[in-house]
Design a protein around this ligand. Structure first.
Ligand SMILES: NC(=O)c1ccc[n+]([C@@H]2O[C@H](COP(=O)([O-])OP(=O)(O)OC[C@H]3O[C@@H](n4cnc5c(N)ncnc54)[C@H](OP(=O)(O)O)[C@@H]3O)[C@@H](O)[C@H]2O)c1
Length: 304
């Protein structure tokens, strides 16, 4: 490992495959100290070796972090806070799909826990370690556009956002693999916009931090379930490889002017895009935020 002082520090989740793997190497190549938060530390170590072989000056660290376990996220947060920082880029990239509903060790639906709750808790734990000019980047998806709530889980007049509760529940009626993923990606955008609002009104003198989210394109990665991967040759038209799929993330992380895209959702061509009506619903963003605090055991925000 090459300890060069004054490298920017990037913390990124899910670097053992796909977009995250490509991004970790590109960030190392760009001179960043890359802290890779991975579910499987052995696989993470292999990726680190492979990147160092390709980029001998790379500085990479592997930290175990199964995002589906709140305890593991808390532990990883402590390690990162103790050993790294200030953080210039925090990239929430890891994501999963599931063909069946499973409960995590904390009792939450696994896709939602991995794709939203774990990153939400991680973000809270690392926010105070962000550098001035730091950027938080969330890999969402255009799949958020298909997310629906009201049809199968009508809210109540007293709490129109009660349907949100089904997100976290592993045995919610009407669970489907597709809706679970789509809703978790909607949660990514709702979270980013709520975070961006909070970052925009930070106290004078506090570090300036921007928040961004993106759709990377339809990318050939491990995200597709195994049975679908077998059909890949049949469905691959219009798909891009992980190298191309990492470009929007890398643009937000590395372009000198990308901090100005605070609060924006970018498409796979690095253009500002408009997410769905649900994603732009400020009350829904806030309803998810307050529930996420509760679900992850964080205190409510003062005055709320
Ligand atoms: N591929 C697409 O077409 C597409 C489209 C839109 C958005 N996205 C988003 O892009 C992001 C990256 O996905 P990808 O396509 O590169 O998929 P991928 O090849 O499956 O990589 C996903 C990464 O997330 C990690 N991960 C999964 N569950 C985890 C957990 N519980 N804790 C920590 N890490 C976990 C995986 O680790 P393991 O090696 O341990 O499984 C892997 O490193 C995801 O957020 C995905 O939703 C992808």
């Amino acid at each position: 490992m090459n300890a060069i002082v004054n490298r920017p520090t990037t913390v990124i989740t899910g670097t053992t495959h796909g977009i995250g793997r490509v991004a970790a190497q590109a960030l190392a190549q760009a001179g960043h100290r890359v802290v890779m938060l991975v579910r499987n530390p052995q696989a993470g170590a292999q990726v680190r070796e492979a990147i160092v072989a390709a980029v001998p000056a790379a500085e990479l660290h592997v930290v175990a972090c199964d995002l589906a376990s709140l305890a593991q996220v808390r532990r990883a947060t402590e390690i990162v806070c103790a050993e790294h920082g200030p953080i210039d880029r925090l990239i929430h990239n890891a994501g999963t799909v599931a063909m069946r509903a499973h409960a995590t060790v904390d009792g939450y639906e696994r896709v939602f826990a991995t794709n939203h709750l774990g990153p939400f808790l991680l973000n809270h734990g690392l926010l105070h370690r962000m550098a001035d000019g730091g950027r938080i980047i969330v890999v969402a998806s255009c799949a958020h556009d298909r997310a629906r709530f009201s049809a199968d889980h009508p809210g109540e007049a007293t709490d129109p956002y009660r349907a949100l509760d089904s997100l976290a529940h592993p045995t919610a009626p009407g669970w489907s693999a597709r809706q679970a993923y789509d809703r978790s990606k909607l949660a990514n955008i709702l979270f980013t916009f709520a975070l961006a609002r909070r970052l925009a009104v930070m106290a004078p003198g506090a570090p300036r931090i921007s928040a961004h989210c993106l759709h990377p394109g339809i990318v050939h990665t491990h995200l597709l379930p195994a049975w679908l991967r077998l059909l890949k040759p049949l469905i691959s038209r219009g798909m891009i490889d992980a190298q191309a799929g990492a470009q929007t993330l890398l643009h937000l992380a590395l372009h000198p002017d990308a901090g100005a895209l605070h609060g924006c959702y970018l498409d796979e061509h690095q253009q500002i895009a408009t997410p769905s009506l649900l994603a732009r619903d400020v009350a829904l963003q806030e309803a998810l935020w307050s529930r996420s605090l509760r679900w992850t055991g964080l205190p409510p925000e003062p005055g709320v």
